[in-house]
Design a protein around this ligand. Structure first.
Ligand code: SD4
Length: 295
C-alpha cells in the first residue's frame, strides 16, 4: 500500500512545484491550497517560458493565460484568456470558491481577479519579448515539440486522507492567435478527476486534447479497471490514430499523467521526451520518464 500523500506534476519544473506543494501539505494546507502554491512556483518563474510570468506571448505579443483547478467533490474553477495576472491558478481557485460558475474568461476574468485583490502586472519579460520579435521575422506558426522544462504544468494530488485534487496552468501555445484558448482551462480536456476513481492531466497540443476529451477519457478507463499506465497509453494511442491523417500530425505531441486512488501513477506521450515529477513519502521528489507511442 502506498503511503500518502503522493504528488505528481508534468515536466522537470514539476520538481520545484512538488517541493512547495509537499511542504504545504505537511503544514496542514488543503490539497487545493497546496496545488495553488505548488504550480505557483512555475507561474512566478520567468525562466519557465510557457507558464505565467515570462511565458511566451501570442502573435500580437500578448501573454494570455489559461488555468483550472478541481477538488474531490468535483467542484471546479477556471480562467481562460486572462491577461496581466501572474497567478491564474489562484484566480481559478477563487472562481471555484466565490462564484456560482466554473469559468471566467478574458476581460471578465481580469475584472474578477482585481475585485479579489489580485494586482495587474506586465507578464512579458524582455527575454520573451525578444523571442517574439525574432518570431515576427518569419511569423510562421508551428508549435515546437517537447520543449522540456518549458511546458504547461499540471499537478495531481492524492492527499493524506486519500482524496484527489488537481490543477493546471499555462501560457498556452507560443505564437497562438490572439484569443485562442487551449485544453488547459477546460475541465475534462486538460484536467479531470473523479474522487472515486483517479485523476488525469494533459500537456502538449491543446487542440488534440480537446478533440478527444483527453483527461476525462483517461479517468473513465481507470474506472473500467485499467491502470494509470494502461489508461494513459490507450488514450495517447487514440489521439495518435485520430490524427494520423491530420495536418497537426507533423507536430503532434500530447502527454498525460494519471494517478489512481491506490497512489499508482504513470505518464505516457505521443513522442518521446515527456517526463513527470513525483513526490512521495518513500522515495522523496524525483523525475520519472514516460513511455511514448512513437518511441
Ligand atoms: C495548450 N496544452 O495551450 C497547452 C500548452 C502546452 O505546449 O502544454 N504547451 O495547448
Amino acid at each position: 500500500k502506498v503511503k500518502k500523500p503522493v504528488i505528481i506534476s508534468t515536466w522537470r519544473h514539476g520538481l520545484a512545484a512538488n517541493e512547495e506543494a509537499w511542504k504545504q501539505l505537511k503544514n496542514g494546507a488543503t490539497a487545493l491550497d497546496a496545488i495553488v502554491a505548488g504550480v505557483g512556483v512555475s507561474e512566478g518563474d520567468p525562466e519557465v517560458r510557457s507558464v505565467g510570468y515570462g511565458g511566451l506571448p501570442d502573435r500580437e505579443g500578448k501573454v494570455t493565460l489559461d488555468a483550472c483547478i478541481m477538488d474531490k467533490n468535483s467542484n471546479c474553477g477556471a480562467v481562460s484568456f486572462v491577461q496581466g495576472i501572474k497567478h491564474p491558478i489562484a484566480v481559478a481557485q477563487k472562481v471555484l470558491e466565490n462564484t456560482p460558475h466554473v469559468m471566467l474568461s478574458g476581460e471578465g476574468a481580469l475584472q474578477f481577479a482585481l475585485s479579489e485583490g489580485f494586482k495587474k502586472e506586465n507578464l512579458l519579460t524582455d527575454k520573451s519579448k525578444l523571442a517574439w520579435e525574432k518570431w515576427l521575422e518569419s511569423s510562421k506558426y508551428k508549435p515546437v515539440i517537447n520543449i522540456e522544462n518549458h511546458d504547461t504544468i499540471s499537478m495531481l494530488v492524492l492527499d493524506e486522507d486519500g482524496n484527489l485534487a488537481g490543477g493546471c496552468t499555462t501560457s498556452g501555445a507560443a505564437w497562438k492567435m490572439h484569443g485562442r484558448v487551449g485544453d488547459s482551462p477546460i475541465i475534462g480536456a486538460g484536467l479531470f478527476l473523479d474522487n472515486e476513481v483517479g485523476a488525469a492531466a494533459a500537456t502538449g497540443l491543446g487542440e488534440a486534447v480537446v478533440r478527444t476529451a483527453g483527461s476525462a477519457m483517461v479517468v473513465e478507463l481507470m474506472r473500467q479497471g485499467k491502470s494509470p499506465y494502461q489508461a494513459c497509453k490507450e488514450i495517447v494511442e487514440r489521439i495518435y490514430n485520430k490524427h494520423k491523417n491530420h495536418k497537426d500530425m507533423e507536430y503532434l505531441q500530447v502527454g498525460f499523467i494519471a494517478i489512481n486512488k491506490k497512489g499508482e501513477h504513470a505518464g505516457y506521450s505521443v513522442r518521446p521526451g515527456f517526463n513527470y515529477a513525483i513526490h512521495d513519502e518513500e522515495k522523496g521528489n524525483r523525475m520519472e520518464p514516460a513511455d511514448a507511442k512513437m518511441a
